[in-house]
Design a protein around this ligand. Structure first.
Ligand code: AMP
Length: 603
């Protein structure tokens, strides 16, 4: 296990009791790609970053799948391991860059045969199985738009996302189709084809679906020519949530690959021959940008584990697969902490070189714990669905201040700002003052819109900035420190949940008159989804009804989104204009002062 870092006395940063973890040049096992933050930042240009990619042959544009697969498959990395898939039962399947080229060609040919055209939305609802990765990249080859759906979503979130994006084609497994899609299929009129990955070869499939395995076998493996792809052509549609309204489809274009590639190199410190494990699910943006695209464009090996979190299994994978770079999330890290230091001591984790974390606040204790336990700290980084790639990070060569998200990536202009009531925007330069994180548009993986919601998109910009909705402070040395969300979205186990989506489903139950949903702080998951429910007159707030509502929500929303707690109430706070005051409920839940209640409707 690498133990090449030193801990020194704390610097006077934003009130943190934790030590700074210093990085010393003489301790580098491998020289980081970003050795000097300021120098790399000032020398950086996106034009130079683009030059690290090949572009389609004959100047035909830029296509993510070409950069991720074909350029390697046609060069010295053809036989290099691209993806090692580990199944739930421990079975292993290896895919070289050459294998991936053939399989993604087949998938792209399937799409072509079915009449899927440039810009058509291809949804994939699957666990972390090889077909998901093949479908994602094959979709991009055919210049269709890849839209991942988290497999733990229930029928409602699936229907909402397919409806908003106008799904033309869905790839899913037989089991997920039966459990979650069959019942809503006819409610998505744009859906022309459902391609099923059968439970077992030759299994009888539901009517109106097609067998992906058979279609793939019949499709030509070679000679898929990616048609000219404009860097601004839409490539990815990632759904995210706001406080109100339906989920939002964040649009990303093929040019995003420039950011995926370079941030993989600079923030995750990818080196040739790295074995990289991103534990995120491609149903969320991290699992696509860094679980598929960035490692492949960098020509390294990705580990994909089909199974969910299990501490022993994870340590075994890190050991047996000789993982060098590990990208995970705070909830998982906290669960590893809970299992203690003895367990990892039983495994040889000496291959690990760089650890990174994203998705929710990484508590300083977790950074210090990982440093003590693995000899390496987790490097927190920050970004969101809309930014497409890592924006703020702790870099391999930079001192880590536990609790801080680090500094903006080269090429990223970040600021702490305040928007005044008159619409003017003030940049806060004074250290330690809280404001909203804002970014100057212009990086390649910036979202280009919310699908068919121009106004919602435009509202995110003011004074030449994109407003992220996250509150933070910056210290005198330029490190960013997360404070919280400005809105009411919920982060549970790293997954972003819109309260409105949950409230709507609860309201569909005949006993429910009104509901409000908040993120209740939780030591492990960061937050859990908690619902306050007001019942119709005559309905009794019994435990049986609570269980019924829980089951109702789970069957419609899926386990990832449904509330973990339901509290019956007799009133719900609303503003005079009728908006639910979730913040007040949250403050009450946390035992905090109620805050500004001047707009509260007195009932
Ligand atoms: P998503 O769009 O689902 O990836 O969620 C993005 C949101 O997750 C951000 O706007 C933050 O609120 C939160 N987030 C992501 N990374 C971090 C981090 N390192 N620290 C704190 N919050 C984070």
């Amino acid at each position: 296990m690498a133990t090449h870092l030193t801990v020194a006395a704390a610097q006077p940063v934003l009130a943190t009791a934790h030590s700074v973890i210093h990085k010393r040049v003489e301790d580098w096992a491998v020289a980081p790609n970003l050795k000097d933050y300021s120098a790399t930042r000032s020398a950086f240009s996106w034009a130079a970053a683009l030059k690290e990619l090949d572009g389609l042959p004959d100047g035909q544009g830029l296509n993510i799948a070409h950069e991720a697969i074909d350029r390697h498959a046609c060069g010295p990395l053809r036989n290099h391991l691209a993806i090692r898939w580990i199944g739930k039962r421990g079975d292993v399947r290896d895919y070289t860059y050459g294998d991936l080229q053939i399989l993604t060609n087949r998938f792209a040919n399937v799409l072509k045969k079915l009449g899927a055209q440039k810009g058509d939305r291809v949804y994939v609802l699957a666990g972390r199985i090889p077909e998901l990765y093949i479908a994602a990249l094959g979709t991009l080859k055919q210049r269709c738009v890849f839209c991942p759906l988290f497999s733990a979503f229930g029928p409602q979130p699936i229907k909402a996302r397919m409806t908003i994006g106008g799904a033309k084609l869905l790839v899913t497994t037989q089991c997920l189709y039966e459990r979650k899609v069959r019942q809503i299929r006819n409610e998505v009129p744009t859906l022309e084809h459902v391609l099923i990955i059968p439970e077992e070869p030759g299994a009888e499939l539901p009517p109106g679906t097609e067998d992906l395995t058979r279609l793939m076998a019949a499709a030509p493996p070679e000679d898929f020519n990616i048609e000219p792809t404009d860097p601004q052509d839409v490539a990815l549609l990632h759904f995210t949530s706001g406080t109100t309204g339906t989920p939002k489809g964040a649009i990303h274009v093929h040019e995003a690959v420039v950011a995926h590639h370079i941030t993989g190199k600079l923030a995750l410190d990818f080196h040739a021959d790295d074995i990289f494990w991103c534990t995120a699910d491609p149903g969320w943006v991290t699992g696509t940008s860094y679980g598929i695209i960035a490692p492949l464009t960098n020509g390294i090996t990705c580990i994909v584990d089909e199974e969910d979190f299990d501490a022993e299994r994870w340590y075994r994978i890190l050991q047996d697969q000789k993982v060098t770079v590990w990208y995970s999330a705070p909830t998982a890290i906290r669960m590893l902490m809970k299992t203690g230091k003895e367990l990892p001591a039983k495994y040889d984790l000496s291959s690990l070189r760089f650890l990174a974390s994203v998705g929710e606040p990484l508590n300083p204790e977790a950074v210090v714990w990982s440093h003590e336990t693995y000899g390496l700290p987790f490097h927190d980084n920050w970004w969101q669905t809309e930014t497409g790639g890592i924006m703020i990070a702790n870099f391999a060569a930079m001192d880590v201040r536990p609790g801080s998200m680090g500094k903006p990536l080269p090429g990223i202009d970040a600021a702490i700002v305040q928007k005044h009531k008159d619409g003017s925007v003030e940049e806060i330069v004074e250290p330690g003052v809280q404001g909203e994180i804002a970014l100057r548009p212009g990086w390649p993986s910036m979202f280009r819109g919310y699908w068919q919601e121009k106004e919602r998109y435009e509202k995110c910009f003011a004074g030449g900035f994109y407003f992220t909705g996250d509150l933070a402070k910056r210290d005198a040395d330029g490190y960013y420190w997360f404070v919280g969300r400005k809105d009411d979205v919920i982060k549970t186990s790293g997954h972003l949940i819109g309260p409105f989506e949950v409230e709507s489903v609860l309201l569909e139950h005949k006993a429910v008159a009104d509901s409000a949903v908040i993120g209740k702080p939780d030591p492990m998951a960061g937050e859990i989804v908690k619902a306050f429910v007001l019942l119709h007159e005559g309905r009794q707030p019994t435990d049986d009804l609570r269980r019924e509502l829980m089951a109702w929500a789970r069957s419609r929303l899926g386990a990832a989104v449904a509330p973990k707690e339901i509290e019956f109430v007799t009133t719900l706070p609303r503003t005079r204009s009728g908006k639910i005051m979730r913040r007040l409920l949250k403050n009450r839940e946390m035992g905090l002062p109620e805050g500004d209640t001047s707009t509260l409707e007195q009932s």
